[in-house]
Design a protein around this ligand. Structure first.
Ligand code: F6R
Length: 612
């Protein structure tokens, strides 16, 4: 939800900002802009990205005057104010000597902007963020430094923010601050950087630090000064970054989404670390005593979107292997429904970004109510990982494509590995059983690779059915979350009507929608409800729908139940979603391309949603 970047030092600031913004586009792409400190003032260029591409921003920057070693940039996902150039960041003050970029929401912006207008300020946008520039302007009037002016500004703004500011009278300086919205700092010889996320500055910085809530960091070349508001720590926390630059770049692929689908085998392998069955103690950051885990009598899984579907798969696994009742909640609903949790409840928030506000708030609520709360997250040091009691990291590498792909399989893999370890700890499975299952789980990367090798088959089926406007995804048991995830992928990048259903539920209403123009995709790999799924597919075929079956490659019977087949390797039924999702991701990808859509930047979406 918006990405910010700042750079300082004798470096090609403008180029670094533009490249960083390109890598931050997954956080929003309604508009983008940069502000550079130049001789005599601040030079700004902004563009509504739907009309003017990032490339034209780059072209504009070429004509900027000589940059005095500092600048900031922003890519926006609109919340307050339409996604046009006027509302694009960086915002400036009345003097034009200050520029700020902001990610977050200034909750008291209405009161602040009325007051500022009364005092003669000229507010040029409809955003909540612009007030920050004018407040900094006021706080500079007594001769304060930019750092002091930002510190004073933070005393009056309420809400969430990651801010970076520059001032023409202080060349070579960027001041940044954080409250809730993510912010990291990187340093290399002679230069330093600040950004919403690591990919923006990968390959540039040698050391990384995370900025804590309440810290204000002044960056000047390689020097960092930390000031604090309230109780914040006085030191930056070093961040260990194992991602490399290739991971944050397309590397010859036509899109990040395609690259990330290709990376799924490695994402699963890295997440499982291929170490075989792990005792609970081996989950590095879990931070929960085995004695506590033995006592847990209920699990809540809370998440949004794709992560919710991964959590849904995990519910089947925890209940089957661990015999613990599991409740599954859409995170935005959890804290508004009086969930019954206590000290014997484990609440697991599942999130790629670790920043989704709905899931973060659910975890906070869980802790407030006295339960144990852990986060499954892909981004190291994200808000959830800091606020939860412990973390299960997926190690999928940065996911830039807005549609989640490799992180879905990584989430399923880590949750299932955890469920197996928990089952062993609680003696609900024999060690020999968990070992067998874990060994099967460890074969999944190779099987996913085999499925990906069939991409051209999947994509040719997509061509056959690309004329349809209505897609129904059916599955039962863990095939149900697979169906939901297949439908979500299709709708978010192809903008076609797609719905996922528990196949047995169709006859209770939705079957009325089926006619000869419908395409039905049935997840029919072998599992306990395989034959029932086939009956459900017969029901839709009888009503004229064209049917595609996802079937095991060694299964000679199932293909006959469909007009087309997506063949996939077979595995234990609880691991099947890790493989069965692959053709559905390719289907969504291909239909999006057929409709001329930008798969990495689907309309209206941002990868990280930090507003309720
Ligand atoms: C779908 C997608 C979203 C996210 C959801 C949660 O492709 O990316 O549905 O899954 O916004 O995001 P995280 O996992 O970051 O909490």
């Amino acid at each position: 939800m918006c990405g910010i970047i700042g750079a300082t030092g004798p470096i090609p600031v403008a180029k670094i900002l533009i490249e960083g913004l390109e890598r931050l586009e997954y956080r929003g792409y309604d508009s983008a802009g940069v502000a550079l400190v130049v001789e005599g003032g601040i030079w700004r260029t902004r563009a509504a990205v739907s009309t003017v591409s990032m490339k034209s921003l780059a072209d504009a920057v070429v004509n900027a005057p000589k940059v005095l070693d500092a600048g900031v940039g922003h890519t926006r996902w609109a919340t307050h104010g339409a996604p046009n150039e006027r509302n694009a960041h960086p915002h400036s003050d009345c003097t034009g000597k200050v520029a700020i970029v902001h990610n977050g929401i200034i909750e008291n912006h209405a009161i602040l902007s009325s007051r500022l207008i009364e005092d003669g300020h000229n507010l040029a946008s409809d955003t909540d963020s612009e007030v920050i520039a004018h407040l900094v302007e006021e706080n500079l009037r007594d001769g304060s430094s930019l750092t002091q002016a930002v510190l004073n500004t933070l005393k009056v703004i309420e809400g969430t923010y990651a801010i970076a500011a520059v001032r023409s009278d202080e060349p070579g300086t960027v001041v940044a601050a954080r409250n809730v919205s993510p912010l990291i700092v990187g340093v290399s010889e002679g230069a330093s950087y600040v950004a919403s996320d690591i990919p923006a500055i990968l390959g540039r910085a040698e050391k990384y630090f995370s900025v804590a809530d309440g810290q204000v960091v002044t960056l000047k070349g390689e020097n960092l000064q930390v000031d604090v508001v309230g109780e914040a720590p006085g030191e930056l926390m070093p961040l260990e970054v194992s991602w490399d630059l290739d991971m944050a770049q397309k590397g010859g692929y036509e899109s990040f989404m395609l690259k990330e689908i290709d990376e799924e085998p490695r994402a699963i392998a890295d997440t499982l670390r291929m170490r075989g069955i792990e005792a609970i103690e081996m989950f590095d950051e879990l931070n929960l005593d085995p004695a506590v885990l033995r006592q847990i009598d209920k699990i809540f899984l809370v998440a949004c979107g794709t992560s919710f579907h991964a959590a849904m798969v995990a519910k089947y696994a925890f209940e089957h292997w661990c015999k613990i009742p599991v409740e599954l909640d859409i995170a935005s609903e959890f804290r508004y429904r009086d969930p019954v949790v206590d000290g014997k409840t484990l609440v697991i928030g599942v999130s790629q970004s670790g920043e989704t506000i709905d899931t973060l708030q659910a975890l906070r609520e869980a802790r407030r109510l006295g339960s144990h709360a852990i986060a499954v997250a892909n981004v190291v040091d994200s808000s959830m990982t800091r606020e939860a009691d412990g973390v299960l990291y997926t190690r999928a590498g940065p996911e830039i494509g807005v549609a989640a792909t490799k992180t879905f399989v990584a989430q399923v893999a880590i949750l299932e590995a955890f469920a197996l370890s928990l089952a062993e700890l609680r003696n609900t499975l024999y060690k020999s059983e968990t070992e067998l299952l874990m060994n099967e789980l460890l074969t999944i990367p190779l099987k996913v690779e085999r499925a990906i090798a069939r991409a051209s088959e999947y994509r040719s089926v997509a061509k056959e059915i690309g004329d349809s406007k209505d897609f129904f995804f059916l599955g039962r048991h863990v095939g149900y979350p697979t169906a939901l995830e297949g439908a979500l992928k299709l709708k978010e990048i192809s903008y076609l009507h797609a719905e996922g259903f528990a196949a047995g539920e169709l006859k209770h209403g939705p079957i009325a929608l089926i006619d000869s123009s419908s395409v039905v995709i049935g997840v029919a790999t072998r599992g306990r409800l395989w034959s029932k799924v086939l009956s459900n597919l017969e029901e839709v075929r009888a009503r004229g729908a064209r049917v595609v079956v996802v079937a095991n490659e060694d299964d000679t019977q199932t293909a006959h139940f469909g007009d087309y087949v997506f063949k996939v390797p077979s595995t234990h039924e609880l691991f099947a979603p890790l493989i069965d999702i692959i053709p559905l991701q390719f289907l969504a990808y291909d239909l999006a391309l057929q409709h001329g859509n930008d798969v990495d930047r689907p309309r209206n979406l941002a990868k990280t949603v930090t507003v309720e």
